[in-house]
Design a protein around this ligand. Structure first.
Ligand SMILES: Nc1ncnc2c1ncn2[C@@H]1O[C@H](COP(=O)(O)OP(=O)(O)OP(=O)(O)O)[C@@H](O)[C@H]1O
Length: 251
């Protein structure tokens, strides 16, 4: 099998230009099926735009994205039921209860035994007491857990996470990371995780793509990045990249 066939996500020379500027500026990478990759970069580096193009929600200016063999966004309906997305910045309809929201999304994803799946996820993500409350009346942390449940409803083969623990206290964030690890090990999903939390990336990701001003600035395993930049933490590597200290100078 060639690399194209074993890659769950293939991004090739991807560009997104807005009138105000270039958000993504010619990036390429392949994510093997079952891999967990962190997408790092400062504010405005282009992470969310990249994830939105992989989901088929934003149309590229040029270049291509293929997910599970389907070109996005044109062929997204072929693969949407096999992928999912979680972001604290996307609100679920506020008047619907948590159960109603999960049920609507489960129908969209054609999940079999919807009640059973919601019960399972509620137990798994500690949502049992929240199921009959309006989604708009939850705390930020509770909303994040609901949003995570929504993203796991269809047991996605490709899971895109945009700062999944951004609004969580350290204890809950740690617990959510544990749930993500469990999901990954149980289902072997391909995960792309945009994050500003370096410990999260170190814990969950076997590969890190660092973006800066719309470009891929570096792409390697966490261990290789630490060695190459001569650093002990990814946080220091991130700061080197953000402040334009090149690898040689950093060593
Ligand atoms: N719909 C849009 N219209 C115009 N410009 C946009 C739009 N969406 C994003 N941008 C711009 O594209 C650039 C990249 O934004 P993006 O949200 O992808 O960055 P990010 O890496 O996710 O940042 P953050 O860490 O702050 O979430 C920014 O300069 C942003 O202002």
């Amino acid at each position: 099998m060639d690399a194209q066939n074993t890659s769950a996500i293939v991004v090739d020379s991807l560009v997104k230009r807005y009138k105000t500027g270039t958000a993504v500026d010619g990036i390429s990478f392949r994510l093997p099926a079952g891999s967990v990759t962190g997408l790092l970069g400062g504010n405005g580096a282009g992470k969310t735009t990249t994830i939105a193009m992989i989901m088929g929600l934003v149309t590229p200016t040029s270049g291509t994205v293929r997910v599970l063999g389907a070109e996005m966004p044109n062929e997204r309906y072929r693969v949407l039921h096999r992928m999912n997305f979680e972001s604290p910045y996307v609100d679920l309809p506020m008047r619907l209860t948590v159960r109603q929201n999960l049920s609507v999304f489960a129908q969209l994803y054609a999940v079999p035994d919807i009640e059973g799946r919601i019960r399972e996820l509620a137990a798994d993500l500690d949502l049992v007491d929240l199921l009959d409350r309006p989604s708009g009346k939850l705390s930020a942390g509770q909303k994040t857990r609901v949003s995570l449940a929504k993203s796991l409803l269809n047991r996605p083969e490709v899971l895109l996470l945009d700062e999944p623990t951004a609004s969580l206290d350290p204890d809950t964030a740690d617990w959510v990371r544990g749930r993500l690890e469990h999901f990954r090990h149980t289902y072997g999903a391909t995960i792309l995780l945009a994050s500003h939390n370096m410990l999260e990336v170190e814990r969950l990701c076997e590969r890190v793509i660092i973006m800066k001003r719309g470009k891929v600035e570096d792409d390697d395993t966490p261990a290789q990045l630490l060695t190459r930049y001569g650093r002990e933490t990814l946080e220091d590597v991130f700061l080197d990249v953000a402040r334009g200290r090149n690898r040689e100078a950093a060593q």
